[in-house]
Write a protein that binds this ligand. Structure first.
Ligand code: COA
Length: 258
């Protein structure tokens, strides 16, 4: 049955979009399930890192469900855009690292969900694109903003205005993804990265993410003051005391997220 599969491996939760007959296209029911799942995992202290991927070996997410979009009124389309944007915003700003394991087509909304994750790892058969222009519409889940921020504005405009699909090698060259692996290696490498992050202090991960999120927004002066504020706040945590002391005592730190 279509839906999400959620599997925990230690402190890493893998969320798999499971609708392979339509290349994991996201309809409203799946979007609502995804939002509720991210909210649950966000407040679950046993979950440290979230991985998003697609079922099967052909697609990460082939986009919003085109059949469902066909016939929407402007007000319904607005709700649909806001729902997708809310999920993207959550992936980008939630207190835990989010990793996209892109195992095939990441088109339209799929590319936008991947771009909202903190880090993107892809298989060699991954394909990225914002093909909305071919449907007579435009990206609506953040693609017009995050693609330019992840790459550059000229490249983002090229892809958004043509709908051109790019392969994993080009995505890597352009900084759209951080690493590309043969298909069989993708999940082991994603889990290795996720477990590495999950071993860190949860509170340090959150503040590191929050501060880094500001890098492409606003005024650098204000952002540096904010960084210094968060940096000093870290010194009120047990985890900072433990991490610094463990280094001095030449042992592995044990973090508790406080
Ligand atoms: N929404 C709804 N259904 C989708 C879909 C989407 N975004 N993407 C793929 N599907 C469905 C197809 O309609 C097809 O269903 P069917 O078997 O009932 O006809 C099934 O998934 C398999 O896709 P198909 O097109 O037959 O596979 P393909 O290998 O020939 O092409 C793609 C793969 C990804 C190039 C092609 O499916 C495609 O262009 N999809 C749309 C991508 C898109 O525009 N996404 C952005 C939406 S805003």
């Amino acid at each position: 049955m279509a839906g999400l599969r959620i599997v925990a491996e230690g402190r890493v939760s893998v969320v798999t979009v499971n609708r392979p007959d339509v290349l994991n296209a996201l309809n409203t029911a799946l979007l609502e399930e995804l939002l509720a799942t991210l909210e649950d995992l966000g407040s679950d202290p046993t979950c440290g890192v979230i991985v998003v991927t697609g079922a099967g070996d052909r697609a990460f997410i082939a986009g919003a469900d085109i059949k469902e979009m066909d016939g929407k009124t402007p007000l319904e389309a607005r709700d649909y855009s806001e729902l997708g944007q809310e999920i993207a915003h959550k992936l980008e700003t939630m207190r835990k690292p989010t990793i996209a394991a892109v195992n095939g087509y990441a088109l339209g909304g799929g590319c936008e969900i991947a771009l909202a994750c903190d880090v993107r790892l892809a298989s060699e058969n991954a394909r990225f694109g914002q093909p909305e222009i071919n449907l007579g519409i435009i990206p609506g889940w953040g693609g017009t903003q995050r693609l330019a921020r992840a790459t550059n504005i000229g490249y983002a405009k090229e892809l958004i205005l043509t709908g051109r699909m790019v392969d994993a090698a080009e995505a890597l060259e352009r900084g759209l993804v951080q690493h590309v692996y043969p298909s069989a290696e993708l999940m082991p490498r994603v889990m290795e990265l996720a477990q590495q992050m999950a071993s860190k202090s949860p509170v340090a991960l959150y503040y590191a993410k929050e501060s880094t999120n500001r890098a492409l927004h606003g005024d650098i002066g204000g952002n540096l003051v904010h960084e210094a504020d968060l940096y000093s706040l870290m010194f009120s945590t047990d985890d900072a005391r433990e991490g610094l002391r463990a280094f001095v005592e030449k042992r592995t730190p044990t973090f508790i997220g406080k």
